[in-house]
Design a protein around this ligand. Structure first.
Ligand SMILES: *Cc1c(COP(=O)(O)O)cnc(C)c1O
Length: 371
């Protein structure tokens, strides 16, 4: 392992989170989307790297508006960022209204019943508390319909609370030129025009690195901040996570023998394999290893890229290190699964998943270091 600090003897895996890279990624995106404002999406425990650490770093980098999915996440965020504007995406659950008031949080209202619930709550306490309106333009997940948005706009005077953001969410912006993006843009333009005095927001990371027409007033990047690939054809910003795994032992395998559960991988030559101390219980996808039918992801061992082989176990995985010189690797040392040129999308692609899922599944058993 090429870093400075020697991990404690008991560490099986070491997750190093580069908060300077996170800050730099925020500043880069903020620069690219200006004059639109750049928010920070920190749901999913800050995409797996730690909500509090991520949000604090983003605040230091200049972010003032944040999006979380759940009220529990908003509560943690409020504790560390008393001044931040915090939006809660997953809707206004009945009975949670007083918490929004007490913590000065902004619900993202995505259905007529939610709007009515907020209006009634505001009336009952005699305060007009700000909220955001989510309008669906093609995701078919959350949000009122464009027709409902027209009704809401026409009844603005009776709404009973101020709208401070009108937003929608892109479904396919990670695929350049996907026709749904143009359709959503057109529909969202019409929606935003209904609320000319309210900030408008449409773009996730993919939208943030695409046509500036998608930016409106506020962009909501998540994955790009954390070093994921915002769009299939656009390189990631700086990597934020690095993952090093302990080499438990090194073994020899005869030609024709199989490795791991199900005998899914057969050694085609006399091989040396390293067994690493992490598995699917730590968020390494079970299908990340090569089988006889398809290639797998890679690890860097002793400076060499080596394939993961066989099915990933719960707590262990195997790497073929036959091509690594014997002096370059030893049991007790570390191999790198993320870092040293291996990106999130390398691991994701070979595991039939996406970098979002790799990040947000990063295990709780790793020794975590924020630098
Ligand atoms: C998760 C999410 C985002 C951020 O998406 P990325 O693709 O990670 O940039 C933005 N807006 C909404 C509504 C989301 O749910």
């Amino acid at each position: 392992m090429t870093h400075d600090l020697v991990p404690p003897p008991e560490a099986g895996g070491v997750l190093t989170i580069d908060l300077a890279a996170l800050r730099a990624n925020y500043q880069e995106l903020a620069r690219r989307v200006a004059p639109a404002v750049c928010a920070g999406v920190v749901k999913g425990d800050g995409y797996g790297i730690g909500l509090v650490q991520a949000a604090t770093a983003l605040w230091q980098a200049g972010a003032r508006s944040f999006f979380v999915a759940l009220l529990s996440e908003a509560r943690s965020l409020r504790e560390v960022l008393p001044e931040a504007e915090i939006f809660v995406l997953n809707g206004l659950f009945a009975g949670t209204e007083p918490t929004y008031r007490d913590l000065a949080l902004r619900p993202v209202l995505g259905s007529v019943p939610e709007i009515e619930r907020w209006r009634d709550f505001c009336a009952s306490i005699g305060q007009a508390l700000p909220a955001a309106l989510h309008v669906d333009t093609g995701m078919n997940r959350l949000g009122v319909s464009p027709t409902e948005a027209i009704n809401i706009a026409e009844g603005r005077d009776e709404l009973g609370f101020p709208l401070v953001l009108v937003m929608s969410h892109l479904a396919c912006a990670d695929e350049p030129d996907h026709p749904l993006t143009a359709q959503q843009l057109e529909d969202f333009r019409a929606v935003a025009a209904l609320f000319p005095d309210v900030r408008a927001s449409l773009s996730n990371s993919a939208g943030a690195v695409s046509d500036p027409a998608l930016h409106f007033d506020l962009v909501r990047p998540g994955i790009a901040l954390y070093g994921g690939r915002p769009r299939a054809d656009i390189a990631p910003l700086r990597p934020v996570v690095r993952l090093d795994l302990r080499i438990v032992q090194i073994r020899n395998v005869h030609e024709g023998q199989t490795v791991g559960y199900g005998g899914a991988h057969t050694a085609l030559r006399p091989s040396r394999i390293a067994i690493l101390s992490a598995g699917y219980a730590d968020g390494i996808p079970r299908l990340a290893g090569a089988s006889d039918l398809r290639p797998g992801a890679e690890a860097v061992v002793g400076g060499h890229r080596c394939p993961l082989i066989g099915r990933i176990s719960m707590d262990l995985l195997a790497v073929d290190i036959t091509d690594v010189p014997e002096f370059a690797v030893e049991a007790g040392g570390f191999a790198t699964l993320l870092g040293e040129g291996l990106g999130l999308d390398d691991l994701a692609r070979h595991s039939h998943t996406i970098d979002y899922e790799i990040l947000t599944s990063l295990g709780r058993r790793y020794l975590r270091r924020w630098t």
